[in-house]
Design a protein around this ligand. Structure first.
Ligand SMILES: [Zn+2]
Length: 266
């Protein structure tokens, strides 16, 4: 039994839900993100939020998977601050839907001034409503710089780091994130960036506290079965079942349960 705490089912097929269920997936969370194309109006985001809070939970439930979500305008589309503020204005209207865990995945893409401004407004929104935060860190060479900027923005607004998960960490950022009290997520890609093998190396160096793994499956080259594949890699290397269960089930359960809305049954 496992949880995939970060996957974009908007761009996956129903067959993927079926294969994930067969591999032992019981619950997922789907952060709002770039959907593979730029939306031209705030109404485009309202439709997306309806998909995340209504359509996907029903599609997942067909396979016994509990679906949860996070809402925001992603950093990639946040360059247009006017559009971003319109979308921010829509979010409170969706926050009381039963599968919404919080604000995410917010963060930085190119570490630009506008992205940082919109990030700060999302953090303020999360604080106002007392919800959890899921963070995207840039995939570029300035991942460390972006990660530190994001953590500083959280500190400046007095956010409890125990209620924030910083995702897409790599070998050179994971220690910074954990040392400041945040939770950290490793996204497993089929052959670039963080592979299942590299993730297991990170567990062997940094331990398994406050760490989770996810597939971040989306419209690009990605693998909705990345989490079970990482579990197999841990087992192959002789890790005990307790450790495997901790990173792929217990840790996500512990972090997400802080929302009061997370559940294991659809
Ligand atoms: Zn994502």
């Amino acid at each position: 039994m496992y949880i995939d705490p970060h996957i974009h089912m908007v761009s996956r097929t129903t067959d993927d839900y079926q294969r994930m269920a067969l591999a032992g997936c019981v619950a997922i969370t789907e952060p709002a993100f770039w959907a593979g194309y730029d939306r031209s109006t705030a109404q485009g985001f309202a439709d997306y939020f309806r998909l995340l809070t209504d359509t996907e939970p029903k599609r997942a439930a067909q396979f016994g998977i509990a679906h949860h979500t996070w809402l925001c305008i992603n950093p990639k589309e946040s360059e247009d601050v006017g559009l971003a503020r319109e979308v921010l204005g829509l979010i409170p209207g969706f926050l009381d839907r039963p599968n919404v865990l919080g604000i995410g995945e917010i963060g930085l893409n190119k570490n630009s001034r506008n992205e940082l401004l919109v990030l700060e407004e999302h953090i303020a929104l999360a604080k106002r409503y007392g919800v959890l935060i899921l963070v995207h860190t840039p995939h570029l060479e300035d991942k460390l710089k972006g990660t530190i900027l994001i953590m500083d923005a959280m500190r400046n607004q007095g956010v409890d780091p125990g209620r924030v998960l910083i995702d897409h960490v790599e070998e050179h950022t994971v220690r910074h994130v954990l040392d400041r009290g945040f939770w950290a997520g490793m996204t497993l890609y089929p052959d670039t960036k963080m592979t299942p093998q590299r993730a297991v190396d990170v567990f062997e160096v940094h331990g398994t506290d406050r760490l989770w793994i996810n597939s971040a499956g989306d419209w690009g080259v990605s693998d909705p079965l990345a989490v079970p594949k990482c579990r197999v890699e841990m087992r192959r290397r002789g890790h005990l079942q307790d450790a495997i269960q901790k990173v792929s089930f217990d840790n996500p359960l512990q972090f997400l349960s802080q929302s009061g809305r997370f559940r294991l049954e659809p």
